[in-house]
Design a protein around this ligand. Structure first.
Ligand SMILES: NC(=O)c1ccc[n+]([C@@H]2O[C@H](COP(=O)([O-])OP(=O)(O)OC[C@H]3O[C@@H](n4cnc5c(N)ncnc54)[C@H](OP(=O)(O)O)[C@@H]3O)[C@@H](O)[C@H]2O)c1
Length: 191
C-alpha cells in the first residue's frame, strides 16, 4: 500500500530552515553511530538510513520554496524518481531542473496526491517544506512522519508544519526510534 510520508530534519526547537530559508545549520552535523533504537515487531525497514528510505520512494512532492533551495544547490538530487514542484508563481514555460515537473496550475492538492497514490505502490515523499506538509496533514493524506531532530536550536525559522490557524488533533503511533552518539533523535510515527 502506498504511504504518504514526510521525511525531514528539524532543529530541537522545531524549525526545518532558518529565516533566510537556509539549512547550513545542518551542514556540519549528521546522525552518527546509533546508541539506542526501537522498532515495532515486524517493522523490517531501516527508515532512518537515507539511501534505504530513498529506495522505497516512488514519487516526490515539494513546494516552490524547497525547489528554490535545489536550484541554489544546482542540481536535482532525486534523478530517476518522479518529482513534482507545487507553485502558483512559476511559469509553466519556465525551464525546471532536469527530472522535475511543475504540478498542473490550480490543481486540487487532494486529487493530485490521490492520483500519485494510484500510480505507485511505493512511498510518496513529501519533501516539504512546512507549508506543503501542513496542507497534506490537514487534508488527512499524511500516513507517516519521519523526523530527525538535530541537537541544535535556531530560535527562529521555517516551522516543521506551517501554522494553518486552526486546531485539529490527530493521534500518531510511534513505530521506530533511533538515538545517535552525537545527539540526534530520529522518530517514525504512523497514522
Ligand atoms: N530540514 C529539512 O529536512 C527540509 C526539508 C524540506 C525543506 N526544507 C526547507 O524548507 C524551506 C521551505 O519551506 P516553506 O514551508 O517555507 O515552503 P515550501 O512548502 O517549500 O513552499 C511553499 C510554496 O509552495 C507553493 N505551494 C504550496 N502549496 C501549494 C498548493 N497547494 N498549490 C500550488 N502551490 C503551492 C507556493 O509557491 P508559489 O509561491 O510559487 O505559488 C508556496 O509559496 C526551504 O528553506 C527548504 O530548504 C528543509
Amino acid at each position: 500500500m502506498t504511504i504518504v510520508s514526510y521525511y525531514v530534519a528539524q532543529s530541537l526547537d522545531g524549525y526545518i530552515a532558518d529565516l533566510s530559508h537556509g539549512v547550513s545549520w545542518l551542514d556540519s552535523i549528521a546522525p552518527n553511530e546509533v546508541v539506542q533504537s526501537f522498532r515495532q515487531p515486524g517493522d523490517t525497514e531501516n527508515l532512518f538510513k537515507y539511501e534505504d528510505y530513498l529506495k522505497s520512494v516512488g514519487a516526490i512532492v515539494m513546494g516552490r520554496k524547497t525547489y528554490d533551495f535545489l536550484v541554489q544547490y544546482g542540481s536535482n538530487p532525486y534523478q530517476g524518481i518522479e518529482t513534482w514542484v507545487l507553485s502558483e508563481s512559476l511559469s509553466a514555460k519556465a525551464p525546471l531542473l532536469p527530472g522535475i515537473q511543475l504540478a498542473p496550475p490550480s490543481m486540487d492538492l487532494k486529487t493530485f496526491v490521490s492520483d500519485l497514490m494510484n500510480r505507485t505502490n511505493k512511498r510518496i515523499w513529501i519533501v516539504g517544506g512546512g507549508d506543503v506538509a501542513a496542507q497534506v496533514l490537514e487534508l488527512d493524506l499524511l500516513d507517516e512522519i519521519i523526523v530527525s531532530i538535530a541537537p541544535r536550536t535556531l530560535q527562529a525559522g521555517i516551522p516543521l508544519f506551517r501554522s494553518l490557524n486552526m486546531t485539529s488533533v490527530k493521534n500518531w503511533k510511534l513505530t521506530q526510534t533511533q538515538i545517535t552518539e552525537n545527539g540526534f533523535v530520529q522518530l517514525c510515527y504512523r497514522k
